[in-house]
Every structure is written in structure tokens, then in C-alpha cells.
Design a protein around this ligand. Structure first.
Ligand code: NAP
Ligand code: ZN
Ligand code: ZN
Length: 367
């Protein structure tokens, strides 16, 4: 029981009367299976969204397998949500039924701290993530591997008319996660040289944003087979294989900044020499093991190591509008809901070009 409207105690069924279905994992095997659950009614400030597509982010995989030691089971992942508005609350003015919208990694925050006030809801100490978080009513949040979601209007992003929902869905996490650090670390200026480590979901959209900003972009990858596509299809200017010392050596002292999107534990030391003096490496990937960073690698050349977590709501809207203007979408493989476990196996092996997106509306069925 929890306090309801006017402090009246309400039962979980009254609080969450809307029947929904999705894909759940009940343990750290991460295996997904059909699940029926409930969501709250559309509140005054809420938008109910019929989910059409949901991208599969590597964070979903880390969470499903409890690699960050914070997963609460059962878990319904998914935070690259694209769909259409099905219902709006009485105080919602920004959206109407039928609008094309998206939801990323967060569905609420305190809305009153300094970080929220500055548009950095992503750094709010009370951020409520789209899944595996405790919602304002005390229930666990369940994500976008499901047929509908109810979200506070302030955390809903509008899709530009020309941006397709399937190829646009991954921008709600992968897109903003690379756009925000590029913006705040001056890695969006024409003529500058950006390095992108890891050509996966995040990495391939980083290449596209970098090129749209007018930068020189070099991909640094552990997969030589991705070179042709990186240059011919994604528009990268150069491609380095991280395991080939002669290629790394030829690129020393050349990059203004590097964003590191690698999901697996790896050595970061070999990347510092690629930076010009005062250059930065921004960590986005979240492997389990800590990095080893000798002081000399930073001190010599005045280099910095930073990190960044998704992005604020205003920036997410700005990113999606920018993507609409420059026709930036993810390169996706659209999959059926019944393929999702196989999809996760492939993601683990970096065998994805470059984002898997679940065709929720056409393939997800009730348990
Ligand atoms: P992804 O599609 O799996 O891409 C990760 C890439 O890392 C792979 O394509 C691969 O690129 C490289 N890689 C994988 N294993 C490697 C290894 N053992 N050694 C070297 N490189 C390896 O994953 P993603 O969805 O882009 O997410 C990337 C990471 O960012 C994940 O850890 C995810 O949790 C994290 N993330 C963080 C935020 C944030 O807010 N900071 C948001 C979203 C995701 P190559 O084949 O080119 O080497
Ligand atoms: Zn993500
Ligand atoms: Zn806050």
C-alpha cells in the first residue's frame, strides 16, 4: 500500500491498473522471456506512449547480467524508446495523441536541485532511470522492451517529422550519450580532430555527429573488418586498428579529443599518445574493471581524462532536432521480439552493425 491521491491508501492494483506486456529477465543469466505487468494510469502530467521500436543498448546487457552489481530482478530493459502518444494527462500541453515521441534513459528526476535547474537532469542525485530504478510511487521502473510506457511529460522528447522512428530510436541513448560530451568539451568545432574508440552503437553515431559538426573523425577499433564501412558508409576520415602499433604510432599527437565507447575491460594507456597537448579522453563505456592510468600519461602534455553520462532533456531534444536537420540516424538491424536473446549474444561479441532495434509493435505479443 502507498499514499494515493489526497493521502488515501491505495492498493498496487489501483495504482497500476493498466495491463502491459514485455520481456523480462528474472536472474543474472539475462535470459529474456515474455512477461505481463501493470503500469500506472496516465496522471495529469503524464504521457502514455504506444511503443513501436526499442533499441538494444549495451547497457541493457550489462544490467541484465548484473555486471554493475545493482540490478534488481525482475528487470525489463530498454531505454531507446520510440513510439506515438496514445493518451495525455489533463495538464499536458506539449504533446497530443498521435505525436511521434521518444524516451531515453530517464523518466524523472527531482526537478528542483541545481543540476536539474541547469538542464543536467542526467546528474540529478534523485534521477529515476527508465528501468531498474525506484519510481516516485515506490514501484520499480520497467523499460521499453514492452508495448507501452507512461512518462512525465518533461521527460518525453519530440521526434522531428522527417526522422524515422526505427532508425531514430537509438539516438535516445546512443545519440545523446555522444552528443553531450562533444558539446560540453568543445569536440563539436569544425576543423578539430575527434577520435572515437569502439565502433558500436555509440561509436558509429559519434562518427556521424562528428562529421555533421565539420570535424575530422578517426575511428580506433579492435575490428579491422569494420574499416571499409567506417570510411565508405559512415564517413570517417581515417581508421586505426588499436592492436597495430605502427598505425597507432603514426597517429600520435594528432587528436584534440577522444571519446571512448568500449564496453569491455581494456587498457586505456595506449590512447593518450594520440592526443595533442591539452587533449582529453572522455569515457563513455562502462566496463566492469577499473582503468589503470599512470600520472605521467596525463601530466606530460597537460592531458585530461573525463567521463560523461547520457545528457539532459533540453540537450536530448537539441540533439534529436540536430539529427533531423542533418539526417543523422543509426544504422540498424530491425529484429523481432523472439530474436532478442540471440541479439544479446551477438552484442556481447561486437557482432552488430551497428544497433539492433526491436520491432515492438509488430512482433511483441502478450505472455
Ligand atoms: P556496443 O554496440 O556493444 O559497442 C561497443 C564497442 O566496443 C564494440 O563494437 C567494439 O568496437 C568495442 N569493443 C567491445 N569489446 C571490446 C574489447 N574487448 N576490446 C576493445 N574493444 C571492444 O555498445 P554500445 O551500446 O555502443 O555501448 C558502449 C558502452 O557504453 C557500454 O559499456 C555501455 O554500457 C556504455 N554506455 C554508456 C552511456 C553513458 O551515459 N556513459 C550510455 C550508453 C551506453 P570495435 O569492434 O570497433 O573495437
Ligand atoms: Zn543506453
Ligand atoms: Zn534534481
Amino acid at each position: 500500500m502507498a499514499p494515493g491521491v489526497n493521502g488515501k491508501k491505495v492498493s498496487p492494483e489501483e495504482e497500476h491498473p493498466v495491463k502491459v506486456f514485455g520481456l523480462v529477465s528474472r536472474d543474472s543469466s539475462g535470459h529474456l522471456s515474455p512477461f505481463s505487468f501493470s503500469r500506472r494510469n496516465t496522471g495529469d502530467n503524464d504521457v502514455a506512449i504506444k511503443i513501436l521500436y526499442c533499441g538494444i543498448c549495451h547497457s541493457d546487457l550489462h544490467s541484465l547480467k548484473n555486471e554493475w552489481r545493482n540490478t534488481v530482478y525482475p528487470i525489463v530493459p530498454g531505454h531507446e524508446i520510440a513510439g506515438v502518444v496514445a493518451e495525455v494527462g489533463s495538464k499536458v500541453q506539449k504533446f497530443k495523441v498521435g505525436d511521434k515521441v521518444g524516451v531515453g534513459c530517464m523518466v524523472n528526476s527531482c526537478q528542483s536541485c541545481d543540476n536539474c535547474g541547469q538542464g543536467f537532469e542526467n546528474y540529478c542525485p534523485q534521477i529515476i532511470l527508465t528501468y531498474n530504478s525506484i519510481d516516485k510511487d515506490g514501484s520499480m521502473t520497467y523499460g521499453g522492451y514492452s508495448n507501452m510506457v507512461v512518462v512525465d511529460q518533461n521527460y518525453v522528447i519530440r521526434f522531428p517529422e522527417n526522422l524515422p522512428l526505427d532508425k531514430g530510436a537509438p539516438l535516445l541513448c546512443a545519440g545523446i550519450t555522444v552528443y553531450s560530451p562533444m558539446k560540453y568539451h568543445g569536440l563539436n568545432e569544425p576543423g578539430k580532430h575527434l577520435g572515437v574508440i569502439g565502433l558500436g552503437g555509440l561509436g558509429h553515431v559519434a562518427v556521424k555527429f562528428g562529421k555533421a559538426f565539420g570535424m575530422k573523425v578517426t575511428v580506433i577499433s579492435s575490428s579491422p573488418a569494420k574499416e571499409k564501412e567506417a570510411i565508405e558508409r559512415l564517413g570517417a576520415d581515417a581508421f586505426l586498428v588499436s592492436t597495430k602499433p605502427e598505425q597507432m604510432q603514426a597517429a600520435i599527437n594528432s587528436m584534440d579529443g577522444i571519446i571512448n565507447t568500449v564496453s569491455a575491460s581494456h587498457a586505456i594507456l595506449p590512447y593518450f599518445p594520440l592526443l595533442k597537448c591539452t587533449g582529453k579522453i572522455i569515457i563513455l563505456g562502462l566496463p566492469e574493471k577499473p582503468f589503470e592510468v599512470p600520472a605521467f600519461s596525463l601530466v606530460m602534455g597537460g592531458k585530461s581524462l573525463g567521463g560523461s553520462c547520457i545528457g539532459g532533456i533540453k540537450d536530448t531534444q537539441e540533439m534529436l532536432d540536430f539529427a533531423g536537420k542533418h539526417n543523422i540516424t543509426a544504422d540498424i538491424e530491425l529484429i523481432g521480439a523472439d530474436y532478442v536473446n540471440k541479439a544479446l549474444e551477438r552484442l556481447l561479441k561486437a557482432d552488430v552493425r551497428y544497433r539492433l532495434v526491436i520491432d515492438i509493435a509488430n512482433t511483441l505479443t502478450a505472455a
